[in-house]
Design a protein around this ligand. Structure first.
Ligand code: NDP
Ligand code: X2W
Length: 346
């Protein structure tokens, strides 16, 4: 049984880790931190876990966390990087859900996250935890940088097109929308029910911190620089990300069913990517609560623009589910262990 520690157990990704790990056959959560809720029992704060978890929140203590086999960080940015070096030195493996280790260039990271990176040497050893591209590196990684939620939905939709050089990498456009749980559990006026219900808006249009992360990883897939216009939106619902991606074909003579076949082949061994039939429409409700990413391809009016649609649950494939998928690979467990639950319907 793997001994698991979680730093930041009172946020939405923390409680989602608990929900998913409570049925995992090979992992047991032995430590969970919260400074604000120290001493409170987990099932008192989250009654959905009554009967499934017998743990109390404690303040983060690196020495105690270092007795775990693996520690998940479900904390805001700038937290993990202060504790990870000591954990790694003690032989504990780390899976960070925040952005502290996602951007390999420490100066670029500072530009978008407005802090100086405290351990650029450790940053250089992190593996970007998108299993559909980096499974082999993940297996031997000591430190995983879990992809952001939007970056997961976008990369899974565009990677096959860029790897196969089917589209112009310099003119990619993505319009994506996220449920409000993506903004975390802390109180913010913008996230009040009265502010966001019956409304829909874009945000971060001039530049969102996920842009450099997506460009970095798509450039690796394309083996060259990419140019992306990325516009996120706030969806008046709790969970879900939907991304609509536009890309210009390099060779318009390639038929859509050939591209569909390439996607099916690319993801044939990926248990959490569903390339839907041509004409399908992925919906956030068909992935809610599950680790699945559903994708569909279009070529409207047979013009030269491909449209790729993708949907994920931001808290599962966009965060905690993907983090557990990484843990499974790191410890030689079946990739799907603990992650086979289907989406909730309706
Ligand atoms: N929500 C989402 O859809 C996604 C989130 N993520 C990322 O995952 C991380 C967690 O997100 P989310 O669960 O939404 O965040 P929340 O804001 O909901 O929760 C943050 C948690 O971190 C703890 N925490 C805050 N500051 C510190 C600190 N200085 N030291 C130790 N613990 C701290 C808090 O507990 P306490 O203050 O009591 O210690 C709390 O439990 C973030 O980096 C986020 O960007 C990634 C993908 C998707
Ligand atoms: C709706 C909303 O506010 N979403 C967050 C992104 C979700 C998130 O937590 O970002 P990471 O994946 O990088 O951790 C935002 O736009 O900042």
């Amino acid at each position: 049984m793997l001994k698991v520690g979680i730093v930041g157990g009172t946020g939405y990704t923390g409680v989602e880790l608990l929900r998913l790990l409570s049925t995992h056959a090979e992992a047991e959560v032995v430590m969970i931190t919260s400074r604000a809720e120290e001493g409170v029992s987990v099932d008192e704060l989250f009654p959905s876990l009554r009967g499934a978890m017998d743990l109390r929140f404690s303040t983060p203590d690196v020495k105690l966390l270092a007795t775990c086999d693996v520690v998940f960080f479900a904390t805001p940015h700038n937290v993990a990087m202060n504790m990870v070096p000591e954990l790694l030195a003690a032989g504990t493996r780390v899976i960070d859900l925040s952005a502290d280790f996602r951007i390999t260039d420490a100066d670029l990271w500072s530009k978008w996250y407005h802090e100086t990176h405290v351990c650029p040497d450790v940053l250089a050893t992190a593996v970007y935890g998108l299993p559909e591209r980096n499974a082999e590196k993940i297996r031997s990684a000591k430190l995983i940088a879990c992809p952001g939620c939007y970056p997961t939905a976008v990369q899974l939709g565009l990677i096959p097109l860029l790897e196969e050089k089917l589209v112009d990498p310099s003119r990619l456009i993505v319009s994506a929308a996220s449920g409000v749980s993506g903004a975390g559990r802390q109180a913010k006026i913008d996230n009040l029910f009265t502010e966001l219900s019956e409304s829909f808006k874009a945000y971060g249009v001039g530049g969102h911190r996920h842009l450099p992360e997506i460009e970095q990883e798509l450039a690796l897939a394309a083996k060259g620089p990419v140019g992306l216009t990325f516009t996120p939106h706030l969806l008046p619902q709790v969970r879900g990300i939907h991304a609509t991606m536009y890309a210009e074909m390099i060779d318009p003579a390639v038929p859509l069913d050939e591209i569909q076949f390439l996607f099916e082949k690319r993801y044939a061994d990926a248990p959490f990517v569903d390339v839907m039939h041509l004409g399908s429409t992925p919906q956030t409700r068909t992935v809610r609560g599950s680790n699945m990413c559903r994708i569909a391809l279009y070529r409207p009016q047979n013009r030269d623009t491909l449209v790729v649609l993708s949907a994920i649950d931001n808290l599962v494939k966009g965060a905690s589910g993907q983090a557990i998928q990484n843990m499974n690979l790191m410890f030689g467990l079946p990739e799907t262990m603990g992650l086979q639950g289907l989406a909730l319907m309706p």
